[in-house]
Ligand binder design. Structure first.
Ligand SMILES: *Cc1c(COP(=O)(O)O)cnc(C)c1O
Length: 371
């Protein structure tokens, strides 16, 4: 927390609006939409709920298919199953680590041949880096299939000057505790379709018909964000730019100190894009390094440094066994390669210079020793 949150929380208490609606919710939605440049936004209880609402608005139902990035957190795809639909997973391409236009095209060609196009494509903007949206959008447009952008990890990131989350029919964000700003738990659905957003508000409050008695003609959800938590969100939004600045500084320090090791490749910031550098991520050439990713993670653990592997691709998850998967090339699965050789380094904005040096020294000791 930054200290700017208490004022808004206090306002919620002073007005006694301790409910999943109120002034903070309205203002948080306006301020958020203003920041990223969409016509509107709906504050919800999680990023997962936002994806679920987007799929509901697109009327994804049992028997439908939805294409989804494979290299991501499970929450990107779970709502497809909530709707009784079937995911099809699409590989990454090596530069952005995000959805491969080559694999997406192949998936569309096959679906077209079978006469069953997907209802939507969920494109994830992973670790702050934007996907190659021009290429992906032109493929989806050719088949007239809407995009849902999972920008949960990419708040404040840009592609060709436009914010992540503003490219698709719907964009979603998360304010879970691990994200660049947090409300402890929460999310946002954004779009330029005001009518659709109003429908999302309706669905997110149990789809209650406008009648004085409790009447319901549609299946709804209980997905709205608390007015107290929206107060935290308003305070956090004020420090977002500072968070991004610090995240990028943390990345730059890692890169400066570790670029001497040719076995390390950082996730690059692609030309035409601006990354919030949510997490500093890299892959290791294990042969060249003489140590494995597992050994590095173990060495970190021994020194009480918490680091993580890259998300395990969803097509490898037991939950999604036997789900169709389109690799980047027939014999090359990029996401599997990134998963088996990748590491997320500690990237918290409250990390001190001393903390970060400890991480860097640990890597230096391991890699120099093995040479
Ligand atoms: C965190 C995250 C989500 C889910 O957000 P919640 O608010 O935790 O439900 C979805 N997609 C990605 C890529 C995420 O990192």
């Amino acid at each position: 927390m930054s200290g700017k949150e208490m004022k808004y929380i206090q306002e919620a208490f002073d007005s006694n609006w301790i409910a999943p609606l109120g002034f903070n919710v309205d203002e948080f939605e306006k301020e958020f939409a203003n920041y990223i440049g969409t016509k509107g936004a709906v504050a919800v209880s999680s990023g997962t709920a936002a994806i679920h609402l987007a799929l509901s608005l697109l009327e994804v139902k049992r028997g439908d298919t939805v294409f989804c990035s494979t290299l991501t957190f499970v929450a990107s795809a779970n709502p497809i199953l909530y709707q009784g639909a079937e995911p099809v997973f699409i590989d990454s391409e090596p530069n952005s680590w995000n959805m491969s236009p080559v694999a997406l095209k192949k998936a569309f060609e096959d679906a077209d041949r079978k006469g069953k196009l997907p209802k939507a494509v969920i494109i994830v903007q992973l670790y702050g880096q934007s996907a190659k949206m021009d290429e992906l959008q032109s493929i989806c447009n050719a088949y007239q299939v809407p995009i849902i952008e999972d920008a949960a990890e990419s708040l404040g990131s840009k592609y060709k000057g436009k914010f992540s989350g503003t490219f698709g029919e719907y964009g979603i964000f998360s304010f879970n505790g691990n994200k660049i700003i947090t409300t402890s738990g929460g999310g946002m659905l954004v779009s330029n379709h005001q009518e659709a957003l109003n429908k999302a508000r309706f669905l997110a409050t149990q789809a209650r018909d406008p009648a004085i008695h409790y009447q319901h003609s549609k299946l709804g959800f209980n997905y709205r964000l608390s007015n107290v938590l929206a107060g935290i969100g308003r305070g956090q939004l004020e420090v977002l730019d500072e968070r991004i600045r610090r995240k990028r500084e943390i990345f730059q320090t890692y890169e400066k100190e570790l670029k001497k090791f040719s076995c390390i490749s950082f996730l690059k910031e692609l030309k035409d894009s601006f990354s919030n550098r949510w997490l500093t991520t890299l892959t290791i050439n294990e042969n060249q390094a003489g140590v494995t990713v597992e050994e590095i993670l173990k060495a970190f653990e021994k020194e009480n440094i918490e680091a993580r592997p890259i998300w395990k691709p969803l097509h490898l998850q037991p939950l999604f066994k036997n789900i169709p998967y389109y690799p980047h090339h027939k014999d090359v699965s990029i996401s599997e390669k990134i998963f088996s050789t990748g590491i997320c380094l500690p990237s918290g904005t409250s990390m001190t210079e001393v903390d970060q040096n400890r991480v860097i020294n640990c890597i230096e000791r391991l890699l120099c020793h093995s040479h």
